[in-house]
Design a protein around this ligand. Sequence first.
Ligand code: SF4
Length: 455
Amino acid sequence: MRVVLADLRVVGGYGSRLQPFSRVTAVISYLKKQFHDVPSVHMAYMAAILTRGGHEVAWTRDELAEGDVALVLSSLVDYRNETSWADRMRARGVAVGFVGITASKMPDLFAAHCDFILDGEPEAGVMRLAQGETLRGIVRSEQVNDLDSLPFPRWDLINENHRLRQGIKWSSRPLGGGFPLLASRGCPEHCTYCPHRILAGYRTRSIANIGDELERLCDQVRRPYVIFRDPLFSEQRDRCFELCDEIQARDLTLTFEAETRLDRLDVELLDKLYAAGLRAMSFGVESLDPATLRKSGRRPIPQAHQRTIIEHCRKKGIVTAAFYVLGFLQDDWQSIAATIDYATDLGSTFAQFKILTPYPGTPMFKQLEPLLVEHDWEKFDGYTPTFKHPNLSESELRFLLGAAYTRFYMRPSYLANFLKIKNSAVRELVSRLDRRVNARHSMNEIADFSRPVTC
Ligand code: SF4
C-alpha cells in the first residue's frame, strides 16, 4: 500500500495564524514562517509505523500525490484548504483519513470529506491501518502508553529534510527549523484554556529510549538542532538531569530548545541543561494577575522566580520566549496594560501575545460557548476576538494586541536582549532609552485610539 502523508503547512494542534495588522506584526509573521514552519512529529511517527509495516510512504505539504490512502493532519485555521485537498484526492480514488486534535474534537467539519477520522493520538490507528485493516467512519485511536514501543520518527522520509538547518548567530533555531522530538506527551497541569492536555494523558519515554533517538539523529545529521515538543519538558526534574547525563555520556553534539513552566526550572537545572545543549526555552507567563490565572486553572508563579530564571538565561546566553494571553474574562484595559508593561520589564528575548481563544474540547470552551460571536472556525487563530468580552470591545482587544507587539519589539532593550548584550553600562543606557521610547509609544497610542478603529 502507498500512503500519502499530508502536512498542509499549519504548525501544531488547532493551528495559529497571525494575519499581520501592523508593520511590527508583519515582520513577526514573516519571521514565524521562516523559523517556526517545522513539520509535524506525528507525521514522522506515522511514516515510521507504515514503513515498518512494509508500506510505501509519500509526504506532501501541498501537492496532490498518487497513493491508496492519504492521511491528512487537521487544523482549525486551515480546515477549508484541508477538506478541499481531501476532496480532490478522493476524486482520484484515494481513501482519505483525517488525524489530529481538530478532527478528533470537531469531526463534523471533516466527516463529509473523508473516509475515516482517527479520534485521539494517531499512532494506534495508523498501526491498524498498517496491519491491513480498512478504516471507516470515526475510529477511536487509543493513546499508546508504552511510548518506547513506538519506532523513531522517520525524518528521512520528509522531503524537506535537506532544508538548511544551520544555526545563525542571532538565533538559536536554524532557518528551516530543526528536528521535533517528543520526550513526553500530554501535560499534568489543568489550565482550562489549553488544548495540549485534552487529547491524551501525560506519559514519558525512558531516558535510554530518548538517548537512542538522539544518537540516531546525530549519526544522520551533524550537530542537529532538536526541538523538544513536550508541552511541559521539565515536569520531572530528576529525569531532566538523567537526560543531560545521557547526552553527555553518549558524547552527543547537539543543541536543543524546549518548552516548560518557569517553576519547573531552577538555576542548577538550567546550568545542567545548558551544558547538555539547551539554547532556547519557551514558557507561558500568560497574565500578570495571579487571581486571573487561578480562575483559569493555572497555578501562578512568583514574579521573583520568573525574573531569576530569565536573568540567569540571559547570563548564559539562553534565548527565552514568553507567552502571554490577553482577554481573560477578568481582564480589563488596565490589567492588560499592566501585563504588557510586565512583559517588557521581564525582558525575555521574545514574547508572543495572543487573544484568549476558547478551543473546542477545552473546559474554557464550555464556559465561553454562550458568549461566542465568531462562527467562522478559521478565525479561531489565536489573534482574533471570538467571544463577547464583558469588559473590552473587539476593537479594544485588537488595539491592545497591536500595542503589546509594538511596545515589546519596538524598544531598545529588545534589541539588546536579541543581540545578547551583557555589558552593564550599555544595558543601563538602553533602559534609559526604553523610558523615552515608551513615552513616545504612549503618545502614538493615544493618537491612534482616538481615531476610529475598524475591525
Ligand atoms: S502548563 Fe502549559 S501545556 Fe500544561 S496545561 Fe498549562 S498551558 Fe497547557
